[in-house]
Design a protein around this ligand. Structure first.
Ligand code: TRP
Length: 507
């Protein structure tokens, strides 16, 4: 055994870090955007079902993997599934690294909007625009497009990467310090936002809509597809993150309870932010185009702009909330990736972190390229944002779910499942029954295969993105980004597996 493997100082530190990873932009805006798109009350039933049938069991699995193997994701899977297990592990981490690249680019835009909220340019009536078909746009849409079409946004993205580096530099130790500060801040800001939302006239109608089940919508495959994809992204499953974090706890930890706590914290945060956002929507009669980015950069700021006298404070608070929630997620993947490299090659931590960050920064810059490709703003506007849209599509709609299928198959059939369950149960107050084995071996892989097939079917019928994407002369973008995503994940996984690691004396 390597004796210098780092550990969390406290169980609290682990729980805060793991829930910090789970709670992110996904909870604040993706959930609300999905819920809105799928008829609000229609969404949370499939969502809760996805949580219980897939989310919680897979979190048990990922925690149990880290606990029993005491290694990051690729090495942990290698111990069970050999070479192909290791390939799957690297593939997962590279897929997650691509998510991190655009996620941090989006956090850079959050910082840019934070700045505009602070100095006040977000609250003016309209913003002049260069390079687009329209000469000016009303706020906050105008502020956003002027941000992403200027080189300044690269600076903001760079700053967010620097913050990430500071937070992960010392590994579990600096992460633990960071989340102890960030998580309470995040909860407090969110509760303030809810109180303000609820106290608006008509705000209460948003709550009714959010919590009124709409059984008719349950017949739509899209709703189910959305719920199962959402649960993976929001709980940080399929990223290899939970395994790395759990491997920093002693073997005799109670992970059955830990997973329950983390997923409950995550999902209650999601419901609470649903309250905040739906009350704002109703108070100000806003009807969002249901996309995540429009929810966070247009719709909510539009509502905040109407809180007279409070717009600056609330705007700065909202973007701080997004930034803090996002940072505690992005650091988890940087750590998980670095942990895997260190486990395999035994290189020094600071070198590995800097290397991972350098690659990540280049990817994030590509996602923030301010080149205007869509002058009429039919969709995204800039090359960077188009890139984000496609990478997100491949990495979240296919990547995360495929990782979920593969990890269930490897652990379910090769380990096999009952061994992991017994290891988990040994130290836990809550005992998982044999139904877990059935879920992991059969039910979850089949359930996850359905949304993957639906997305694939959409691509076969309507183009790579599932529908026509008005890109003008940039028709190569969907193919280019698909090739890049596949090349990086498959190519990288094979290369990283084939290089032999540093030898270490095994116990
Ligand atoms: N769970 C996060 C959310 O809901 C997403 C996330 C998890 C993530 N791990 C990550 C994003 C690593 C980027 C990198 O927003």
């Amino acid at each position: 055994m390597d004796h210098q493997r780092q550990q969390w100082r406290s169980k609290m530190g682990f729980l805060l870090a793991a829930s910090g990873s789970a709670i992110g932009l996904g909870n604040i805006v993706v959930f609300s955007a999905n819920a809105y798109k799928f008829g609000a009350g229609a969404f949370y039933l499939p969502y809760l079902l996805a949580l219980i049938v897939v989310g919680l069991p897979v979190m048990w699995l990922e925690f149990g993997l880290g606990q029993t193997q005491q290694r990051a994701f690729p090495q942990a899977l290698k111990n069970i599934g050999g070479k192909w297990g290791e390939i799957a592990g690297w593939w997962a981490l590279l897929n997650a690294l691509i998510i991190t690249m655009f996620y941090v680019a989006i956090l850079g835009w959050v910082l840019g909007m934070w700045w505009k909220a602070l100095v006040g340019s977000l609250w003016t009536a309209s913003v002049p625009l260069k390079g687009f078909a329209m000469t000016s746009l009303p706020n906050p849409v105008g502020s956003f497009f002027s941000l992403i079409s200027s080189w300044n946004n690269i600076l903001f993205v760079g700053i967010v990467w620097a913050l990430n580096l500071i937070l992960v530099f010392k590994g579990a130790r600096s992460i633990e310090k960071g989340v102890k500060l960030m998580m309470p801040l995040m909860w407090i800001f969110m509760l303030i936002l809810v109180l303000i939302g609820i106290s608006q006239p008509n705000g209460i109608h948003g709550i009714y809509l959010l919590f009124t089940p709409n059984f008719a919508a349950l017949g739509s495959a899209d709703v189910w597809n959305g719920a199962f994809s959402q649960i993976f992204f929001t709980l940080s499953l399929g990223f290899g993150v939970m395994t790395a974090y759990a491997s920093y706890l002693p073997k005799e930890s109670d992970h059955n309870t830990n997973a329950l706590i983390v997923s409950t914290m995550n999902c209650s945060f999601e419901m609470i932010s649903g309250l905040a956002i739906f009350t704002l929507l109703f108070a100000f009669a806003l009807t969002p185009k249901a996309s995540t980015l429009s929810m966070m950069f247009f719709v909510v700021p539009k509502g905040i702009a109407k809180l007279s006298g409070m717009q600056q404070t609330m705007g700065v608070m909202f973007f701080t909330l997004l930034l803090v929630a996002g940072l505690s997620s992005s650091i988890s993947l940087i750590e998980a990736f670095a942990a895997a490299i260190i486990d395999k090659f035994q290189w020094s931590r600071s070198k590995v972190i800097l290397g991972v960050a350098l690659i990540g920064i280049l990817g994030s810059f590509a996602c923030a390229l301010p080149v205007i490709v869509d002058k009429k703003l039919a969709t995204t506007g800039t090359m960077g944002l188009t890139f984000v849209d496609f990478l997100d599509h491949y990495a979240s709609k296919y990547g995360l779910l495929l990782v979920g299928i593969v990890e269930c198959l490897i652990i379910g059939w090769v380990m096999p499942a009952h061994k992991l369950r017994e290891a988990l149960n040994e130290n836990s107050r809550i005992k998982i029954g044999a139904w877990f084995d059935v879920l992991i071996r059969y039910i979850i892989p089949i359930i996850l295969l359905i949304p993957v097939c639906l997305t694939l079917w959409g691509a076969i019928q309507g183009g790579l993105y599932g529908s026509k994407y008005p890109l003008g002369s940039f028709r190569w973008m969907p193919w280019f980004s698909a090739a890049l995503w596949a090349g990086v994940t498959f190519g990288g996984a094979f290369i990283l597996t084939s290089i032999s690691g540093a030898s270490r004396e095994e116990a």
